[in-house]
Ligand binder design. Structure first.
Ligand SMILES: Cc1ncc(COP(=O)(O)O)c(C=O)c1O
Length: 329
């Protein structure tokens, strides 16, 4: 792990996360499922804005933008993108202008993350319901216009599923190993969501380079298994290039990618995930949103019931609190 630590310490980083985020037991769930040692890693409490996983990526994204002397960061995503809102809060803290590009329509009434973006006074472009490649082109053209005006824009690409963005969860593995040591906690298995695969890439790569302290279980919420693995493989290549350290494994050998709880796909609730959004806060006092965290919990609980969960398990809560307020109205 020393090599990994040294390699990541060489990367430009702007501190945003109140690390380490809390790690504690879910005692009510342990009782309900008659399973000892269920932990939660509270990346919903990363410490800025509504919190969440993307702040870890943004430490390295904003770090890179600052190292390149950029004065404006452009980020894109759907209207309720957690990445967009967290980019806006990160830019506020770093004193950099933020411009958000949403591939969606401006909602008639402000809700969820859009409220937070308004409160932050961020410049938002709503470019209608187009796919993410069209949004990417818009971001490039916007950057070009800004450059012509003498600005120095930086585009935070692909919702942070890039090599630089994935460094956030490589770093989180180092944090978790140290936290377990300091707090005398033994963790065997981690359960985390797989959207585009940035979180998964960081966890899988970091865990392998740290000598496999944990078993990484990724619950896919967006793509089928083959496509998620392809995304992770491509992003791992970028991380290898940045850190100069080879992964030397296959994604399938180094992790457990599970595609049994996705239902009809991103943002489409299953009966179980809709129930979980109510069950989890009512049992633990911790809110989860619908798209990512509910399906991970459904998956983890099902694995417990089927006897597939191994040893002391840990659910990685990735936040997304802002979007919850648009999911229930
Ligand atoms: C709250 C939350 N959790 C998890 C994820 C998944 O991250 P990734 O796209 O890196 O797989 C996202 C991505 O937007 C998110 O907003």
């Amino acid at each position: 792990m020393d090599l990994l630590k040294k390699a990541i310490e060489r990367m430009p980083k702007y501190e945003l996360v109140l690390a380490p985020t809390p790690l504690h037991r879910l005692k009510n769930m342990e009782k309900e499922y008659d399973y000892s040692n269920i932990y939660i890693k509270r990346d919903d409490l990363t410490g800025l804005g509504p919190g969440g996983n993307k702040l870890r990526s943004l430490e390295f994204i904003i770090g890179e933008a600052i190292s390149m002397d950029c004065d404006t960061v452009i980020a894109g995503g759907p209207e309720q993108s957690n990445f967009c809102t967290l980019t806006a809060v990160a830019c506020a803290k770093a004193g950099i202008k933020c411009i958000l590009v949403h591939n969606g329509e401006k909602p008639k009434s402000l809700e969820g993350n859009i409220v937070l973006n308004e409160l932050l006074g961020v410049e938002s472009h709503f470019i209608g319901k187009v796919d993410s490649s069209v949004r990417g082109k818009y971001e490039e053209e916007l950057a070009e216009r800004l450059e012509n005006e003498g600005k120095k824009p930086y585009i935070a690409k692909k919702g942070a599923t890039t090599g630089v963005g994935a460094l956030g969860y490589v770093n989180a593995i180092i944090e978790l190993v140290n936290q377990c040591k300091t707090d005398n906690i033994k963790l065997d298995s981690i359960y985390a969501p797989g959207g585009n695969g940035g979180v998964a890439t960081g966890l899988i790569y970091g865990n392998a380079l740290a000598g496999f302290p944990f078993k990484i279980n990724i619950i896919s919420v967006e793509y089928d298994k083959a496509e998620l693995i392809k995304n992770i493989e491509e992003t791992i290549l970028e991380v290898e290039e940045l850190l100069g350290l080879k992964f030397e494994h296959s994604v399938e050998d180094a992790s457990n990618i599970i595609d049994d709880y996705r239902g009809l796909g991103w943002g489409e609730n299953t009966t179980e995930s809709s129930n979980e959004v109510l069950a989890f806060p009512r049992s633990e006092g911790i809110f989860i949103e619908n798209v990512y965290n509910s399906k991970v919990l459904v998956g983890m609980k099902d694995q417990i019931l089927k006897g597939k969960a191994e040893g002391n398990i840990c659910y990685l809560h990735t936040g997304g609190f802002g979007s919850l307020f648009s999911q229930y109205k």
